[in-house]
Design a protein around this ligand. Sequence first.
Ligand SMILES: [Zn+2]
Length: 134
Amino acid sequence: MSETKSEPQLHGPDVYAYEEGRLYLVGSRCPECGAAFYPPQAVCARCGHRGGDRLLLGPEGTIYTWSRVHRSTPEFQTPYVLVYVDFPQDVRVLMPLADGVEPEIGATVELEMQDGPRLEDGKAVPLVHASPLD
Ligand SMILES: [Zn+2]
């Protein structure tokens, strides 16, 4: 996916990455205590160590729980579903579920870039979503 610098972004290229055609979130792991974070942290929240190693989250995770959102800011069309996804790298991340999908606790998901909030000009901002594998 190519993006121009003038396009609005909710995610900078520093918080997601494509590896071998699959989308990952980019977090960090503390080299001192092993705690993992998303987004990446400059200082470990567990032990205070400065600096973290780059950690790719994904390409799959499991829905821990979900919530249907009925009220939001005008940029987000409601209702939509937010899910907490547990990644095998020991990080839980809140993100939207792909459009038109019914949430299911325990379902395996992968990451997918989809349209997110719409700006005043009607243009959608890309946003990482959880998308069921099946
Ligand atoms: Zn630490």
